[in-house]
Ligand binder design. Structure first.
Ligand code: CP
Length: 326
């Protein structure tokens, strides 16, 4: 066993939660422990490319009731990189069409002997409901507009990797804050680690209520841009909107898209991030998304590291007999 693998084992012994449901309920120390574990696992797997056998003999089930490219694929790869077996469930073609409930579906998958269930569902709180009803570990892969904890963690890991420290940075979340689970998880995580967070977008998508959490609310990107160390450009989630929150996509892009002209007025070392998928030309132009300040694909790689870390930690806690708070 390498020194890095042995440190990963020590970190796991300090972790006590059998589920990962949100970042709101984690302490700053718990977030740092996950990030350190992810960084160690990234190193031990040679940049998330090689296999370890830390979770050999275990099985992870992906239960996705909403579409996904990055999260579903990287949870599967993360489990396999650690030697676990994986099984994918998708709602289309399942017995949900015969009236089976989500809880019954998950209990039946659990009865097949899985050690962790990764859940994405359009209804906020569904992962919390499953965690109360299952003995196996539950990991939230996005519950409607509520939280997407592993996305928040991989975003924070990417900033930490590039800047070394979160405390004191100014991070702007730009775009559709109202419908974004990524925004909520970023806000909880970044605030706990000492960042100044700005929520910026049209007033129809950014509520003043975020100020109650210590977030600065801004409606003019050009005014805040010179102060920002990091921009996380959030997708406009047309599929969650009952009506369009701005007159036209062109007008939104004129006011909020990160483009070459805005880059010229930003800090010289600004980081450009996006959780993906991106609407090219709406939140960010191709020259910026693919340009030298963009760390969008680093975020994707770090998604593997974070998901290896959280699977290792929660399954380890369950195997040490730690029980769920009911
Ligand atoms: N960022 C993210 O959650 O992407 P997917 O919807 O493709 O999983």
């Amino acid at each position: 066993m390498s020194i890095v693998e042995s440190e990963v084992g020590t970190l796991a012994e300090a972790w006590t939660k059998t589920d990962l449901l949100d970042l709101e309920s984690l302490s700053a120390e718990e977030i740092r422990l996950i990030l350190q574990t992810a960084e160690n696992l990234k190193e031990a797997t040679d940049g998330c490319s090689k296999k370890l056998d830390l979770l050999a003999g275990r099985t992870m089930a992906n239960l996705f009731f909403e579409d996904s490219t990055r999260t579903k694929t990287s949870f599967s790869l993360a489990a396999r990189r650690l030697g676990a077996d994986t099984v994918d469930f998708s709602s289309s073609g399942s017995s949900l069409s015969k009236g089976e409930t989500v809880i019954d579906t998950a209990k039946n998958i659990e009865a097949m002997g899985v050690d962790a269930v990764v859940l994405r569902h359009r209804t906020p709180g569904t992962p919390h409901l499953l965690a109360q009803n299952l003995d196996t570990s539950v990991l939230n892969a996005g519950d409607g507009p509520h939280e997407h904890p592993t996305q928040g963690l991989l975003d924070i890991m990417t900033i930490r990797e590039q800047r070394g420290e979160i405390n004191g940075l100014t991070v702007a979340l730009v775009g559709d804050i109202a419908h974004s689970r990524t925004a909520r998880s970023n806000i909880w995580g970044l605030k706990k680690l000492g960042a100044h967070v700005i929520a910026c977008g049209p007033s129809t998508l950014v509520s003043r209520r975020w100020e109650e959490l210590g977030v600065e609310v801004a409606y003019n990107l050009d005014e805040i841009l010179p102060r920002c160390d990091v921009l996380n450009l959030l997708r406009i989630q047309f599929e969650r909107q009952l009506m369009r929150p701005f007159p036209s996509v062109r007008e939104y892009a004129l006011l909020y898209a990160m483009n070459g002209e805005r880059m010229a007025r930003a800090k010289k070392d600004i980081l450009i991030m996006a959780p993906g998928p991106i609407n090219r030309g709406v939140e960010v132009t191709p020259e910026v998304a693919d340009g030298p300040h963009s760390v969008i694909l680093h975020q994707v790689t770090n998604g593997l590291a974070v998901r290896m870390a959280v699977l290792w930690l929660v399954i380890g806690a369950a195997e040490r007999g730690l029980s769920k708070p009911r």
